[in-house]
Design a binder for this molecule. Structure first.
Ligand SMILES: [Zn+2]
Ligand SMILES: [Zn+2]
Ligand SMILES: [Zn+2]
Ligand SMILES: [Zn+2]
Ligand SMILES: [Zn+2]
Length: 367
């Protein structure tokens, strides 16, 4: 077995060539009919096709009646006709006016009239209720079984999707950007690639129930990514302040002094006990939150920012919003559990419990 393995080694030029070819196949798909375009033809093709893709992109998804896209169709997703999505017609000079929009298969001799997602159980095709596999059925609606004596009236499976609905309750949706926005689903960024279907972000390949967030909407903006790291952030981010600084200095950026105070305060003072340190850090965090609340437009921007970070993937799961940490604290405090829970601690009465809450919350977060 070992002697049959290949070890490919590329220098940087050849690696770049491989990347260029990959990019080429993603843009062209099978539009070159197996004969690679010359550079001139390629440029000409891109000039003609890319504006079309950006203006007339169609978003394809397999959707449950509640509106959740259980499966977002990508270029390599199989159709019922056993060809992939990119082998179907997806580029349109003008968006067709009739609905539903038909995406016929472009493979020679394939009678498939429109892309139709076939649910898979893992990687396995699921049998029809007539016990025959999907490829024994006609690829034209109503997908009748072709097995000699089988009286199946059309492919139908008892398979239950991960959303809890049977597969036959789902429908194929082919929609324009406008229609998708109106439905409240992410459209991502404009891309030059062929047959991107419903893929709009990194989470698009997950199943619908795992993807109930807006992270498919694209990368967060520069300002969001470059905001200084403060004691409100997850310990993992805070522990990397020094390496981020070193990286920025090496890249020739001016030293960022705006969070010097934060960095100094994040280290333990000589002689300070663990409890004192966490108490001090918690009080600082409360102060910062109040400051933010005063500056910000909303009633309490800090927790919102937390939530946003969690969604955008910057704050990891360990980062509790501040009021959750407080609740945790009051639970630990015991007798005052019920009257503390859920209230924002501002009066002096709740102060002590809050302080402890900070300690407990912090320790919890640190783990
Ligand atoms: Zn086909
Ligand atoms: Zn097809
Ligand atoms: Zn059958
Ligand atoms: Zn059947
Ligand atoms: Zn589903």
């Amino acid at each position: 077995m070992v002697d049959r393995q290949y070890h490919l080694q590329f220098d940087s030029q050849r690696a770049a060539d491989v990347d260029a070819y990959l990019e080429y196949t993603r843009i062209v798909g099978e539009d070159d009919h197996g004969v690679t375009f010359t550079p001139e033809q390629y440029e000409e093709y891109k000039r003609r096709v890319i504006p079309m893709r950006i203006n007339n992109r169609l978003f394809t998804s397999w959707t449950t009646p509640s509106g959740m896209d259980c499966k977002l169709i990508g270029p390599q997703t199989l159709c019922f006709c056993n060809h992939r999505y990119y082998q179907h017609k997806t580029d349109f000079d003008a968006i067709p006016s009739e609905r539903p929009i038909k995406l016929p298969c472009m493979v020679n001799g394939c009678p498939c009239r429109s892309y139709h997602y076939m649910p898979l159980n893992g990687t396995q095709p699921v049998r029809c209720t007539c016990k025959h596999f999907p490829d024994m059925h006609s690829v034209v609606e109503p997908y009748k079984c072709k097995q000699g004596s089988c009286r199946c009236g059309g492919y139908r499976t008892a398979f239950t999707c991960s959303c809890g609905q049977p597969a036959y309750n789902h429908s194929m949706i082919v929609e324009t950007k406008k229609e998708r926005i109106a439905r409240g689903h992410p459209v991502g960024q404009d891309v030059p690639y062929k047959a991107m279907g419903g893929l709009t972000g990194f989470s698009s390949l997950m199943e619908g129930y795992q993807r109930l967030d807006e992270s498919g909407i694209g990368a967060p903006n520069e300002e969001f990514l470059n905001q200084p790291i403060t004691s409100l952030d997850h310990p993992f981010l805070r522990s990397n302040v020094q390496s981020i600084r070193a990286y920025k200095l090496a890249a020739g950026a001016p030293d960022f002094a705006d969070d010097d105070a934060e960095r100094i305060s994040a280290t333990k003072w000589p002689g300070e006990s663990d409890m004192d340190y966490f108490e001090r850090r918690f009080q600082e965090r409360k102060r910062l939150e109040k400051q933010r609340a005063r500056l910000g437009s909303g009633p309490s921007p800090a927790p919102i920012r937390f939530a946003q970070r969690a969604v955008q993937g910057r704050g990891a799961n360990g980062a509790l919003p501040p009021n959750m940490a407080v609740n945790g604290g009051s639970i630990m405090a015991g007798p005052s559990r019920n009257d503390q829970a859920g209230t924002q601690p501002s009066g002096s009465g709740g102060r002590k419990a809050v302080g402890k809450g900070g300690v407990v919350g912090k320790k919890f977060v640190k783990k």
